[in-house]
Design a protein around this ligand. Sequence first.
Ligand code: NAP
Length: 259
Amino acid sequence: MDLGIAGKSALVCAGSKGLGRACALSLAREGVNVVIVARGQEALAAAARDISALDRGTVRAVAADITTPEGRAAALAACPSPDILVNNAGGPPSGDFRQFDEAVWLAALRANMLTPIELIKATVDGMLDRGFGRIVNITSAAVKSPIDILALSNGARTGLTGFVAGLSRKTVGRNVTINNLLPGLFDTETLYSRSVSMAQASGKPVEEVHRHRMQPIPAGRFGDPAEFGDACAYLCSAQAGFVTGMNFLIDGGAYPGTF
Ligand code: NAP
């Protein structure tokens, strides 16, 4: 299916690795011109090379911390009027909520709630004026099934979800949609580094801990980031103009409920 977005521009935050990189690749495969943002130069350059090798749209890489005003300014300078915005950043630390002081909470809110809101604020009016816009926020399965040790993530991402629920109904009338993608367990660096911490805490071998984490997933495996990227590209497609304010869980069947 041709997604009808060739020639559109996309700003993909945290786009050098994992889920963000996969979204950038899937969009570029559709002929979208992408700007990817991340802090580390090396992974950013490697991702830009992979995107460029598709020989479809253009790619620009911006080395910046998207959670800072300066980082967002650099990203928006490279892509001032995106047709597509993919909001993403690293997740906050896990732990007992009693360990987290106000500064830790504010950092989590800044990264996983306020940064996406600031980027939406900076780009949505241009999308409305042009009569096309697709905004996808990468959140987490923890929005639907909160995990106790992920208090910071549960709180910040649910705050973003509430904000999006209101705004997305205001923008869809002018063909600007805003949706959230909720990853379950996907095979990325972040997932593996969490297995390393769990192995250290339990004294078990990392590979054993990592494999054990697959067990509750009915699909019997972790998600492939490419599967996530293609779901993102669909939400950004011309055909998805009637889909807004939704929370799409992609978790291999891990969520046990009917809805
Ligand atoms: P990943 O593979 O580790 O990639 C993280 C990406 O974010 C990298 O490109 C990283 O590059 C970039 N990044 C992190 N902080 C940034 C910042 N302040 N400014 C700009 N770029 C930044 O992680 P992932 O698994 O794709 O996770 C993406 C998001 O999904 C995270 O919020 C994570 O918590 C959430 N999530 C993931 C899973 C999963 O199973 N993978 C499940 C639920 C939720 P630099 O470090 O070089 O900046």
